[in-house]
Design a protein around this ligand. Structure first.
Ligand SMILES: O=c1ccn([C@@H]2O[C@H](COP(=O)(O)O)[C@@H](O)[C@H]2O)c(=O)[nH]1
Length: 265
């Protein structure tokens, strides 16, 4: 597995805790994914492989992307009975992803089974276990969408409920939108890795996302890892688009660091 910057707790971000940028390679074409990865490799901290690429190109896509040397984030959002999810985690571990997702609404037994399977399989293979991330409420959903599936609470309340369940189940991190990340941090403490998709630079098309923020806003809110897909991959110049997002993250982070040290006695 490619080294991830983690602090002593395992939280992604490294000693300086600068938020990381991962590019979502959402394409059914393995060759295009590899080409995109090469284009953005100098600007991003890692690559995210989701359902579209994995369903089309399979685990071989992970092997090809590993050659970039960047950490891989396998975002398959596992959601099934505990035994099946544990088996899927074991099967995926040989590809040594740095991060993997499962749906927190799959419940505590499912998440615990995944954590145990990842730990045991990592020990057997002699590798570091991935950071298991619980997806709380998809960033493409708003209050009306939740109501339509029988959840009367606002997204922020449902995110917090699932975040606490994920922490109690032993997960290493959570996926939520930037809008909830500060409240989730307050609820789960400093050690969990908080990942935010639904990132849109000012003026970018929002598409199917509903709970969005800019990269700078996500950093100010306290995100550890920002996932950006189409604003980079569908740009005329993906490398330049990735560099602009990375710059925005760095600038916002440094401004926050400066403000924090100015407030210190
Ligand atoms: O709540 C979630 C969880 C995962 N995603 C994934 O992130 C990227 C976002 O891509 P964009 O093109 O920047 O919208 C995509 O792979 C999703 O599957 C998410 O958007 N929201």
């Amino acid at each position: 597995m490619t080294a991830m910057r983690r602090d002593v707790t395992g939280r992604v971000g490294g000693p300086d805790r600068r938020p990381q940028l991962f590019c979502a390679l959402d394409t059914p074409d393995g060759d295009r994914a590899v080409a995109l990865a090469r284009q953005v490799a100098g600007q991003v901290d890692g690559l995210k492989v989701g359902l579209e690429l994995f369903c089309a190109a399979g685990p071989a896509a992970l092997d090809r992307l590993s050659a970039t040397g960047l950490p891989l984030f396998l975002d398959l959002k596992l959601h099934d009975i505990p035994n099946t999810v544990a088996g899927a985690v074991r099967s995926l571990m040989s590809r040594t992803p740095a991060l993997m997702t499962l749906h927190a609404q799959g419940g505590a037994a499912m998440m615990t089974a995944a954590v145990e399977a990842a730990g045991a399989e990592a020990a057997r293979l002699g590798v570091a276990p991935p950071v298991l991330l619980g997806v709380t409420v998809l960033t493409s959903l708003d209050r009306d969408d939740l109501a339509a599936v029988g959840v009367a609470d606002a997204p922020a309340d449902q995110v917090l409920r699932l975040a606490r369940l994920g922490r109690a189940s032993g997960l290493g991190g959570l996926v939520c939108s930037s809008r909830e990340v500060a409240a989730v941090r307050a609820a789960v403490g400093p050690d969990m890795t908080l990942v935010v998709p639904g990132i849109r630079p000012a003026g970018a098309a929002i598409g199917d996302q509903k709970r969005v923020m800019t990269p700078a806003q996500a950093v100010a809110a306290g995100a550890d890892l920002l996932v950006v897909g189409r604003p980079i991959t569908q740009a005329d110049d993906p490398a330049a688009a990735a560099a602009a997002v990375a710059d925005e993250i760095r600038t916002a982070w440094e401004a926050g660091q400066g403000a924090a040290s100015a407030g210190r006695p």
